[in-house]
Design a protein around this ligand. Structure first.
Ligand code: UDP
Ligand code: MG
Length: 210
């Protein structure tokens, strides 16, 4: 698909922060909409590197970093971690990886995240993959997935839904207004959802022609 972003693009402060040509796709959708599951399949079929903002934040907690306690508290409350923390983790992950195409899953979560990422990295997403799923379905998936996550309890889930509606949907609306959103009906079973996803990526990004 279209434009390969040249991240020799300078950030607004004039400094280049990502020093290789990279292509970025944002993967957005509510909690439990299947972002992580589908990203794993996209990696397998289309050779992207998957960067889950939530996973990077959880790894940061585990690493015993000085921000760990703050991040842990924010996640427990379903709140959005300050942009500079998440962006630094994403930037480092992009730098450390030789790949030139990345799925950024679960970020940006609000307009401030979006603006800050653009400003700091000079990168714009090639497109946004939006997993659209009913709240009822998302709730039942979160309550049954048993991944040992501290935020998969009904109280935190309700808070995450509220943050999603209030802060994250406007980001999707913004990209819709730019014609960049690829909407996927994510309420269906995994395999059916992936059929729709495949149609978005293939054939331009296929590892092997299909
Ligand atoms: N989070 C955040 N910023 C991000 C991504 C995640 O603050 O860019 C935090 C936020 O508290 C969120 C939690 O991490 O509720 C879990 O995010 P993840 O994407 O792993 O889960 P999802 O809610 O999409 O299932
Ligand atoms: Mg996830």
């Amino acid at each position: 698909m279209g434009i390969v972003l040249d991240s020799s693009n300078k950030g607004a402060n004039g400094s280049s922060t990502v020093d290789k040509k990279v292509k970025v796709v944002f993967v957005l959708g509510g909690p439990g909409s299947g972002k992580g599951t589908q990203c794993a399949k996209i990696v397998e079929h289309f050779g992207y590197t998957h960067l889950s903002a939530g996973d990077l934040l959880r790894a940061e907690i585990k690493s015993g970093s000085e921000n760990g306690t703050m991040i842990q508290n924010m996640i427990k409350e379903g709140k959005i971690v300050p942009s500079e923390v998440t962006i630094a983790l994403l930037q480092r992950a992009i730098h450390e990886n030789k790949n030139d195409k990345f799925l950024i899953d679960g970020f940006p979560r609000n307009e401030e995240n979006r603006e800050a990422f653009e400003h700091v990295t000079g990168l714009l997403p090639e497109f946004v993959l939006f997993f659209d799923c009913s709240e009822e379905e998302m709730e039942s998936r979160l309550l049954s997935r048993n991944q040992g996550r501290e935020d998969d309890n009904i109280d935190t889930i309700r808070k995450r839904f509220n943050v999603y509606m209030e802060s994250s949907l406007p980001v999707i609306e913004y990209y819709k207004s730019k014609g960049k959103v690829q909407r996927i009906d994510a309420s269906k079973p995994v395999g059916e959802v992936f059929e729709e996803v495949k149609a978005v990526f293939a054939p331009s990004d296929a590892k092997i022609a299909v």
